[in-house]
Write a protein that binds this ligand. Structure first.
Ligand SMILES: C[S@@+](CC[C@H](N)C(=O)[O-])C[C@H]1O[C@@H](n2cnc3c(N)ncnc32)[C@H](O)[C@@H]1O
Length: 219
């Protein structure tokens, strides 16, 4: 157990994940905690055909693929080159033309592309941000706000504690918590405060004592 973010380690872990891994699968209908959170988070985006959406920590593009059917354009960013390659192949094989994938991170969304030119008005991040420590999450939200057009919406669906995690030890595997090896979930209160202090109207949806969704509306 460490209490430090190690990007190289996270990157290598995800680069090495096979196509059948549930946590980076492309199928939004596989039943588990990630799809439960992702589908609800997608609803909360209130998508329409004019929206340009950024999916941060897109993985194999599970949510980018779903969202692309309901909006104008989706941009997906991730730190794993292998997952990005896989995501590109899947979108191509389905003939989907309104998704673009780039290398980019919560720490620096612009690693490959300056995303500001796309006029992004909605941002989603599913089960990806919990790899960051609390101060890094605050800086990640600041980065999102450099990209987001107003009015805009950010929806984060992830591990987040509304109760002490020790009280739910038997659920750690089910919610994919790695006991602090490379997962650093925040409390719901911390995440809510990050968005409130950035001027958002915030709604919290509890999925599980260890998993939830935060919707932040910026007018
Ligand atoms: C559990 S997977 C979820 C993938 C996808 N959102 C989904 O729901 O299928 C977490 C993803 O976050 C990505 N990730 C981890 N740390 C990241 C960071 N600092 N910046 C961007 N992406 C990151 C990983 O590479 C991985 O693709």
């Amino acid at each position: 157990m460490t209490d430090k973010y190690d990007r190289k380690k996270v990157e290598m872990e995800f680069d090495g994940m096979g196509e059948d891994s549930s946590i980076v699968h492309w199928d939004a209908n596989r039943e588990d905690i990630i799809t439960t959170v992702g589908r609800k988070a997608m609803d909360l985006l209130d998508l329409n055909k004019k929206d340009v959406v950024l999916d941060m920590g897109t993985g194999r593009g599970r949510w980018a693929l779903e969202i692309s059917q309901k909006c104008k354009m989706v941009l997906g960013i991730d730190i794993s080159n292998n997952l990005l390659l896989s995501a590109k192949r899947i979108a191509e094989s389905r003939g989907i033309e309104n998704i673009s994938y780039f290398r980019g991170s919560f720490e620096n969304p612009f690693e490959e592309m300056d995303l500001r030119k796309y006029r992004i008005n909605k941002i989603i991040a599913i089960y990806a941000m919990h790899h960051l420590t609390d101060p890094m999450k605050k800086r990640a939200v600041d980065n999102m706000l450099k990209i987001l057009q107003r009015p805009g919406i950010i929806v984060i669906g992830d591990l987040m504690w509304s109760e002490p995690p020790e009280n739910h030890r038997e659920k750690w595997d089910e919610v994919y918590y790695d006991e602090g090896d490379s997962d650093f979930p925040s409390s719901v209160e911390y995440l809510k405060n990050v968005f409130v202090s950035s001027g958002a109207e915030v709604e919290y949806v509890k999925i599980h004592p260890l998993v939830g969704i935060i919707k932040a509306k910026f007018v």
